[in-house]
Design a protein around this ligand. Structure first.
Ligand code: NAP
Length: 283
């Protein structure tokens, strides 16, 4: 069997072209405000890419850079100011925050006004997703992963979906989205027994565990759609996913590469959420 490579860059580019046209035609300019605390190099790269993505589709963006030792109160004050700024439609607090703020990170995320929570992490947006109320903002990476799945198969009704990983950021919202698509959803995690057998039942297998090449070729049901969310850096400096991409060839029906699969779609869905939050168009 030939394994189809799902090209996240190409799908992103098509979607972004559409966003650009909508933003140009809208009578409002969507605005995204990013808050970046500290010096984590990876976070700086992510934020730069998000800002570039905004510029490319005509979203106005601003960046508030705060030093590593910024206090909880100071970050809270920035969030409140942005909540009250009518030119800002989306607020993104780049995570993770520096270590000294780890215990208050959740509390800061929850301060973001739900209608501006373009990461979809507030309890209001998580609750809307859980209840199937579709005017909420859905976390970007699961949303992007669903786009990728539907780019190869539109109707997912009745399919067995297995999500590896149960984080609030990815696994849980991904499972909800697949449930809404009428999949039969299994969530697997570090305590799951016979995880290989669980994976072999999956028509759709989504891996988000952060363990390089954990999913072997013989864990994959022939013909399955495999979405690899993991981003792991190997000793040789190269990136790889949670799935053994080479071993999946000839077994999976379709698979996303790392890099070039889910990654580009995450930023694309951030742009989509910002446009949705601005009310410029209904997406
Ligand atoms: P996380 O919060 O660390 O969660 C990891 C999940 O994997 C947990 O639920 C954990 O189970 C499970 N897990 C760990 N080891 C396992 C094992 N041996 N067998 C089965 N399950 C196991 O991570 P995350 O934020 O969801 O991210 C996961 C991966 O996706 C990371 O590589 C991250 O870099 C990547 N990611 C990529 C994007 C993107 O844009 N492409 C966005 C977000 C995340 P327990 O709950 O039992 O501990």
């Amino acid at each position: 069997m030939d394994t189809f490579r799902i090209d996240g860059k190409a799908l992103s580019s098509t979607l972004r072209d559409g966003f650009k046209r909508h933003v140009e035609a809208a009578d409002i300019t969507p605005g995204l405000a990013v808050i970046l605390v500290g010096d984590d190099p990876a976070s700086h790269v992510y934020v730069r890419n998000k800002i570039k993505g905004c510029e490319a589709v005509g979203i106005r963006s601003s960046e508030t850079k705060l030093p590593e030792d910024t206090s909880y109160e100071d970050i809270a004050s920035v969030i409140m100011t942005l909540n009250n700024n009518s030119r800002v439609h989306g607020i993104l607090l780049q995570l993770p925050l520096p270590q000294h703020l780890a215990s208050v990170q959740e509390s800061l995320v929850q301060m973001i006004a739900p209608e501006k929570d373009v990461d979809g992490l507030t309890t209001t947006n998580a609750g809307k997703l859980f209840l199937g109320i579709d005017d909420g903002l859905v976390p970007c990476t699961p949303q992007g992963s669903l786009h990728l799945i539907k780019s190869v198969q539109k109707d997912l009704s009745g399919l067995n979906a297995v999500v590896l990983g149960r984080s609030n950021l990815f696994g849980k919202p991904m499972a909800q989205l697949l449930l809404q698509e009428n999949c039969t959803v299994t969530m697997a995690h570090s305590k799951t027994q016979n995880i290989e057998d669980v994976c072999r039942q999956a028509d759709i297998l989504v891996a988000a565990v952060g363990r390089p090449k954990m999913v072997k070729g013989d864990w994959i049901k022939p013909g399955a759609i495999v979405i690899d969310v993991g981003i792991n850096r190997l000793d040789n400096g190269k990136l790889c996913g949670d799935v053994d991409f080479e071993a999946a060839q000839g077994i999976a029906g379709a698979i996303t590469p790392v890099p070039g699969g889910v990654g580009p779609m995450t930023i694309t869905c951030l742009l989509q959420n910002t446009i949705k939050a601005s009310g410029a168009i209904t997406l």
